[in-house]
Design a protein around this ligand. Structure first.
Ligand code: HEM
Length: 293
């Protein structure tokens, strides 16, 4: 008889333990001059970066949820830059692993809202006035992410005028072709009809969707067998855009739940401002093409 593989719950009660036996392990108790875990990860700095301004219990959650989100954004940016390089070189296979990773990181970014929703309006109000004008609106990495993905908006970098380094990095990302610009260039190189106006343009400006590009994507979907990698790329991009939209939606709903219709600390009207971004499409023709499939 074939038995299913053992799982931890199948463990015999006789094998149960109340502590782990280390006596037969060759643990390096003395690290000597070797690098340690905390040195490698710079934990002294990382774990020293949570500085609540109040004595309110929930402020720690608020800080950590933002910091974790910024760390995940850092990883997404790292992966995205490598994805763009793959697209430039027309070597899509390695990019799929990175796009897959980005999708899983986005899932982590979404999970953050679950944790944050344990904070009530009263919990947040108890320290909100200490935040001054600070707001996610000023997140440099979020803007870098938006620009790298193709959501160009020159005005938003003005809030960083005082920070020369951040401003320069944002201005560079604004002027550079986005992931979608590079993808369209590749489509054109592979013989799909992309209009010149979509290829040679002022990259600081928002992308203007075109019917011809929708047609090019329909071509990719119809030629999936011939250009499987482009077909797969199209689906990964839809995944990425979809998760980004869900993130914006969940952010907006969390904000609505916690501050109602109060204006934001960054100066916008709050929920109604966040709702505007729900209509954003990073890769518009990939959505448009679906109606004709
Ligand atoms: C209690 C929790 C939160 C509240 C009440 C809140 C509130 C807001 C509000 C009202 C805005 C609009 C800008 C403004 O006027 O301030 C905003 C923008 C933003 N927030 Fe949050 N937020 C919260 C949590 C988070 C978290 C955890 C992140 C993760 C990094 C985040 C990232 C952002 C970003 C990136 C923007 C800019 C969005 C855009 O301009 O499209 N927020 N937030």
């Amino acid at each position: 008889m074939n038995l299913p593989p053992a799982t931890p719950t199948d463990a015999n009660a006789d094998d149960a333990a109340t502590s782990v036996d280390l006596s037969d392990e060759a643990v390096h108790w003395d690290l000597g001059s070797s690098l340690s875990y905390s040195q490698y990860l710079r934990l002294d700095r990382l774990l020293d970066a949570q500085k609540p301004l109040s004595t309110e219990h929930d402020e720690m959650l608020f800080i950590i949820v933002h910091q974790v989100s910024e760390l995940w954004m850092r990883l997404i940016l790292h992966e995205l830059r490598a994805v763009i390089e793959c697209v430039r070189r027309d070597k899509l296979d390695p990019s799929f692993k990175m796009l897959d990773r980005i999708g899983r990181v986005q899932a982590q970014l979404l999970a953050v809202w679950e944790v944050l929703s344990t904070m009530t309006p009263a919990d947040y109000s108890s320290f909100r006035n200490l935040l001054g004008r600070s707001s996610g609106f000023q997140s440099v990495q979020y803007r870098l992410l938006e620009f790298t993905l193709g959501n160009k908006h020159a005005d938003v970098i003005e809030v960083h005028r005082h920070d020369t380094e951040a401003y320069a990095a944002l201005a560079r990302a604004l002027a550079a072709p986005s992931l979608y610009d590079e993808v369209l260039r590749l489509l054109s190189q592979r013989g799909y009809g992309v209009p010149a106006t979509s290829l040679v343009r002022d990259f600081t400006q928002p992308y203007e969707p075109s019917k011809q590009v929708t047609g090019a994507w329909l071509g990719v979907y119809h030629n999936a067998v011939k250009d499987w990698d482009l077909y797969e790329l199209a689906e990964r991009l839809v995944d990425l855009d979809h998760r980004f939209q869900v993130w914006r939606f969940q952010h907006m709903k969390t904000v609505e739940r916690i501050i109602g219709y109060k204006p934001g600390t960054g100066g916008t009207a709050g929920v109604s401002y966040l709702a505007k971004a729900l209509r954003l499409r990073l890769f518009p023709e990939l959505w448009e093409a679906r109606t004709s499939m």
